[in-house]
Design a protein around this ligand. Structure first.
Ligand code: GLY
Length: 275
């Protein structure tokens, strides 16, 4: 078994210890790569220091909408803009087991409730303070002026702090991601995390997960780009080549596992742990 998990680009390396704990706990009794990545991301979602599950960022309207995805064996399960559930990655797995690839918004929340997932408030004190600060900055404005201000702030957003995990077990590869989105994020906005080839990719030869500002990752489809590169290059080089495609002011992190090994690259700190 090989596993690599991260706590999001922009998360300081002192948080490696948190990621280590989630990996050690998340892999217990797991028998395949899909179970491993879900187990680890579930633990990352439950640790409130990370921007996923409990501890997710609050959006401009005061809501918390979360995205998550899993990929294994050519199959995908993804959820976007889900609310008030504890572990979005578990709902992504339920979708993986359904005939569908993605559910979104209120319908994904209803889907979770139908399956017995209880209501959970993911808001932490720290996130509430950040939200109040954000609101103060925008309070005086409305309409197109407000949108202009949001754009100004959004242009300064440094990273998305998505959490993610890639794993190889018995020659099979899986990827899982989860996020509360970025700061200054509008309700209904969807980033890279639930989009195949952008926030995650897993195939017969490896698995890749990205972290950073979703809009930039979507434009470059960086997870699939990294997967394609690692078929031709050393895995570390493949990760670094993806990072080099971003200007310095845009934070980006990539983790990958393949038959060639296990590697990460980033242009900021990115807490991580591998076994
Ligand atoms: N990378 C997470 C997001 O942009 O939503």
């Amino acid at each position: 078994m090989r596993v690599l998990a991260h706590g999001g680009v922009g998360s300081p390396r002192e948080m490696d210890e948190n990621v280590k704990k989630t990996v050690e706990k998340g892999i217990v009794d797991k028998s395949n790569a899909l179970e491993v990545v879900i187990g680890v991301v579930k633990e990352l979602e439950d640790d409130p220091v990370f921007n996923a599950g409990t501890g997710s960022r609050i959006r401009l309207d005061g809501s918390v909408q979360m995205d998550a995805a899993v990929m294994f064996s050519g199959e995908i399960g993804a959820v976007s803009a889900i609310e008030k559930v504890r572990n979005p990655v578990k709902i992504a797995k339920e979708i993986y087991d359904s005939p569908f690839v993605m559910l979104t918004g209120v319908d994904s929340t209803n889907f979770a409730r139908d399956l017995g997932y209880k209501e959970h408030d993911p808001v932490t004190e720290k996130r509430m303070e950040e939200f109040k600060e954000m609101k103060e900055k925008l309070e005086e404005t409305g309409g197109s002026e407000r949108l202009k201000r949001i754009r100004e702030f959004y242009d300064q957003v440094d990273g998305g702090d998505t959490v993610g995990c890639v794993a190889e077990v018995d020659g099979e590869y899986a990827a899982a991601v989860s996020t509360g989105g970025t700061s200054y994020c509008m309700r209904g906005r969807v980033g890279d995390s639930p989009l195949v080839g952008c926030g995650f990719y897993a195939g017969k030869r490896g698995a890749v997960v990205t972290t950073g500002k979703g809009e930039e990752i979507i434009k470059r489809m960086s997870a699939k780009r990294c997967y394609d590169l690692l078929l031709e290059h050393d895995i570390k080089d493949a990760c670094e080549m993806v990072v080099e495609e971003y200007p310095e002011e845009i934070s980006i992190g990539v983790i990958a596992v393949s038959d060639d090994g296990i590697a990460s690259a980033d242009n900021r700190d990115m807490s991580q742990y591998k076994i």
